[in-house]
Design a protein around this ligand. Structure first.
Ligand code: CA
Length: 228
């Protein structure tokens, strides 16, 4: 599944090359050349993953990484740090940046893809292609199909993304604001009650096979998908 990747890299040639490779691989790339620009992008929408250069003009990549990890809203965004030489990487690994992985420039597109895939699988299962199944409800991100006990179910695109997020983050309660951040992404102009509208549609799509009961309202907090 294509991921929204924020690339923070100040060298234009490297930025271009990485963005090209990621776009070729089907990802959507947002670019920033400083931590300050990256912050503006993140404020607007949470990316699925951040590729962050260590050496940046102004705020360093390390300080930005720590800031992301220190903020509740951004602390769980998967993060890969880019370094210029392996001795830089040795240094950075010793620092507590909270990064999920480190990669040394120059790297091959294939290596970058592999690292991104591994980190997404570990940290953001909703951004991978792996099918998920809970209590007979099955969602396949590759074919975009949802079935309940083998019966096909018809979901709109937003309901599909919502269900994918719920199924990969089951049993946890998600506030409306968190769902907007994770499922809608760019949500500055979306109201929280929009979430309720799509939850209603999602439940009605799941009714046919009796799976609507999986989507639970947690009064005063939000929603969760629970198999219990
Ligand atoms: Ca740099």
């Amino acid at each position: 599944m294509p991921a929204n990747i924020l690339l923070v890299e100040d060298e234009p040639a490297i930025q271009e090359l990485i963005a090209f490779n990621l776009t070729q691989a089907g990802h959507h790339v947002m670019r920033a050349d400083t931590a300050e620009n990256a912050k503006n992008i993140v404020r607007n929408a949470l990316p699925d993953l951040i590729l962050l250069d260590w050496m940046l003009p102004g705020m360093s990549g390390i300080d930005f990484a720590r800031q992301l990890r220190g903020d509740d809203r951004t602390k769980s965004i998967p993060l890969i740090m880019l370094t210029a030489r392996s001795d830089e990487q040795d240094k950075i690994v010793g620092l507590d940046t909270g990064a999920d992985d480190y990669i040394t420039k120059p790297f091959s597109p294939r290596e970058l893809q592999a690292r991104i895939k591994a980190v997404l699988r570990r940290r953001a299962p909703q951004a991978t292609d792996d099918p998920v199944e809970i209590k007979g409800l099955r969602l396949d991100p590759v074919t975009h199909r949802v079935t309940g006990n083998g019966e096909p179910l018809d979901l709109g695109p937003t309901e599909f993304r919502l269900l994918h997020f719920f199924m990969t983050h089951a049993e946890r309660v998600h506030s409306r604001a968190h769902l907007l951040d994770q499922v809608w992404g760019d949500h500055v102009f979306v109201e929280e009650r929009t979430v309720d509208v799509h939850i209603r549609r999602l439940r009605s799509s799941l009714e046919g096979t009796g799976h609507d009961g999986l989507i639970q309202t947690v009064r005063g907090s939000g929603y969760r998908l629970s198999a219990n």
